[in-house]
Design a protein around this ligand. Structure first.
Ligand SMILES: Nc1ncnc2c1ncn2[C@@H]1O[C@H](COP(=O)(O)OP(=O)(O)OP(=O)(O)O)[C@@H](O)[C@H]1O
Ligand SMILES: O=C(O)c1ccc[n+]([C@@H]2O[C@H](COP(=O)([O-])O)[C@@H](O)[C@H]2O)c1
Length: 195
């Protein structure tokens, strides 16, 4: 069983995430593809994120057109920081024969040596990495031995930060997150969205 895991803050999820996920679905042909919103991303201590339930609802709207996608909210229910090593250990114990693939963009791949138990992450999953914001995939110094699959994602210059900034400026965010996520943000007044 091949299991693709896409972890993220998803605050909010956007069309860049969706482009990456669709490409991975085609390229990897996993048996399951799970989007995993982080509970507490310990490396973003200053960011007050939208509640986990809102991020799950936005993800559900973003992925609605693709029945092979599902949301796994286990990290939202775990106490303490959301360590990817813990999550991968859970999957490995749950299904010892499964081939785990963890999706990340180059920005996070570059930081991976700073993650909690990076060697466990590297040992348990193949890292599926895409370029980000024009930055090619480069293995960072200090990265433990790992399996790497690079996917050639065309540059999708969207970030959650840009979405939050666009909201602050009163801009239409539908081109960044799609109409369904935009209307969810609107109706729940997330990220300081004005009526
Ligand atoms: N436009 C994009 N293209 C490729 N990968 C992306 C893109 N946006 C996010 N990712 C990747 O998706 C994962 C989750 O990203 P995250 O939820 O932090 O979104 P973000 O846009 O990077 O957020 P923020 O701007 O708040 O840092 C990370 O591995 C990140 O590298
Ligand atoms: O385990 C860690 O130490 C760790 C440190 C930073 C990020 N991560 C995970 O990497 C994924 C992408 O993070 P982010 O902040 O770019 O959305 C998400 O699943 C995070 O929980 C994990």
């Amino acid at each position: 069983m091949k299991l693709a895991l896409f972890g993220g803050s998803f605050d909010p999820p956007h069309l860049g995430h969706l482009a990456f996920a669709r490409l991975a679905l085609d390229a990897l042909a996993p048996d399951r593809f799970l989007w995993m919103p982080a509970g507490r991303q310990w490396q973003k201590p200053d960011q007050v994120m939208a509640a986990g339930e809102h991020r799950v609802q936005m993800l559900q709207r973003l992925i609605a057109g693709e029945p092979r996608f599902a949301v796994d909210d286990r990290e939202l229910h775990r106490r303490g920081p959301s360590f990817t090593a813990d999550t991968l250990n859970e999957f490995a114990q749950q299904d010892p024969g499964a081939e785990l693939m963890f999706l990340i963009g180059q920005d996070q791949y570059a930081r991976l040596p700073t993650w909690y138990r990076a060697e466990t992450v590297a040992a348990l999953a193949t890292l599926v990495v895409v370029p980000r914001a024009g930055e090619a995939v480069v293995t960072p110094p200090g990265m433990p031995a790992h399996r790497l699959q690079v996917l050639d994602l065309p540059n999708t210059p969207i970030s959650s930060t840009a979405v939050r900034d666009a909201i602050a400026h009163g801009d239409d965010i539908s081109p960044l997150v799609g109409a369904d996520v935009a209307s969810y943000i609107d109706s729940h007044r997330l990220y300081g969205k004005k009526p």
